[in-house]
Design a protein. Sequence first.
Length: 484
Amino acid sequence: MVALPIDERRKMPASRPGLRRSIPNGAVVPASVEGRFRRIKWHVLTICLLVYYAVPFLRWDRGPGQPLQAVLFDVERVRFYLFGIEIWPQELYYLTLLLVLATVVLVLMNALAGRIWCGFACPQTVWSDLFMLVERWIEGDRRERLRKMYEPKTPRRIAEIGLKHIAWLLIASATGGAFILYFADAPTLLVEVFTGEASTAAYAVILSLTFTTYALAGFAREKVCTFMCPWPRLQGAIWDPEALTVNYRDHRGEERMSVKKAKAAREAGLPAGDCVDCAACVNVCPMGIDIREGPSIACINCGLCVDACDDTMGKIGRERGLIDYESWTNIERGRRSEPRRRVRLVRPKTMALATAALVLLAVPGLSLGTRATMAMSVSHVRNPSAVLLSNGDIRNAYEVRLVNKSGEARTVHLSSPEGTVLEVPGYAAVEDETVPLELGADASQKVRVLVTASESSEGEIAFTLSDTTTGETVRETNLFHRPR
């Protein structure tokens, strides 16, 4: 990451309320703030929580014998259902493509607006915001909580602390409880959990996620985003000076001084900045950093310091935007007293990333739309590889594995090329010389197949598996041998 030169940074004095060293154990106690970015964060938080808790209860009719849950990781059938899409075990490569797509999208977001995912939609941020909201409701805002840290523990204070942790545990347990609903029929599993009839694994997952949510969102908040998450380090490697990130316009803010001192300095022809060193930007930061010291890998681009600074500027009658979403290129242009340029969100880098994301989305989409719901594999029986019959014809034996990937039983027809005779012991051929076979839902079947051809036949032979109901056809080839 790029940082301001040491001589251009402004360190806050130790007596300032925003300094972490003045708080016991170096804890970050952010203040509440109102503003457009705080409102956006509340909206995103609400949407994320609604999606997480409500999606398991959405229904989707897939036909008889199929699960009715719209989004389901079916452990019993080893299937993943996403509305009308069904992913089978042998298609785990779709998961790989999904992870690659997520990485490309994150890099694209970074090129557009830095760690905006971290600041608004990351689960760690969403649940930390929710926990902090509960904390403020029960214990009060920053000043009140700081005051209570130094006061003796009265019964009222102990009750507040207890109530807060009970609320946190309830949220954490609901988080773990909602997670397991993605792996079985949600209404049924919910009843089993509350009646004690759920599996041991289900309760173990709930306890595990309850503990991790309680610990990470309640105690490790900014430490997760700064030290445990790998994304800040990756962001440092792919940092883009053209991206819109939260920055301090130091060329406008320095020198810092009070409103009265700034007025007097300007009247005397001395330099005076717009920053009044109120520390509001530091006090509201959930990461406990001072954005005025320059870009930091700990900054999650949440914009709360922008809201706090805009509020201060509005109160003293100065222009907003002292701290704002701005490209580092424009920050440097401002230092050189050059005019600001419009930030180019559409540029070769973002276009390339967007194209890559669209390709990674389109390829599996087309694959899912055209994939077969049945499969066939053919292997030649080697001992013997060929048999010469008394009439001079040649017979080869094959093992054919048939797979029905759909959730319904079906009748399929197996055939070989014209000029050959296909037999499946135990099954009779029909008029068109195909052999009908019954395949169960989500089932596979292995059959022994005999193919008879004239003495002159040798080389590649094609097997055809067809479903006359759906019109779907699968072909596989193997070799037809002559006796040696």
